[in-house]
Design a protein around this ligand. Structure first.
Ligand code: 5GP
Ligand code: ZN
Length: 115
């Protein structure tokens, strides 16, 4: 058994609210939403972060972005807009070392980077 939280969510060992799924990509609601819409989009295969994923499998990185766009549209954000965010490494505050896109929207999201 892996100790990676998101691999365990992919495996169904930890419950999540799934909103979109393909053979290679899973989207589920963030447990601690920072905006009215806050969905995490992850590759089902483990990669430590977005840079590692893009280097190892550019097609998979594209598939993650395609699902991020589909989720935003399905959540009604196509007109109002949204933010797709990949935290990477310590300065970003990344907490889970499995590549993931945050899809955020549903209200004005404010400054791109806090102080
Ligand atoms: P990071 O800070 O690594 O970019 O983002 C990790 C995200 O995972 C956080 O927004 C956090 O709320 C979310 N998260 C942590 N544990 C769980 C969980 O067990 N289930 C879900 N759905 N989200 C989680
Ligand atoms: Zn993982």
């Amino acid at each position: 058994m892996t100790d990676c939280l998101f691999c365990r969510i992919v495996a169904g060992e930890i419950p999540s609210t799934r909103v979109h799924e393909t053979d290679d990509v899973l989207a589920f609601r963030d447990i601690n939403p920072k905006a009215p819409v806050h969905v995490l989009v992850i590759p089902k295969a483990h990669h430590d972060d977005v840079a590692a994923m893009a280097a190892a499998d550019p097609g998979l990185a594209g598939a993650v972005l395609a699902v991020a766009g589909a989720v935003a549209a399905a959540e009604g954000l196509a007109e109002s807009g949204f933010r797709v965010l990949f935290n990477t490494g310590p300065d970003s505050g990344m907490e889970v070392a499995h590549a993931h896109a945050h899809v955020l929207g549903g209200r004005p999201l404010g400054a791109m980077v806090g102080r």
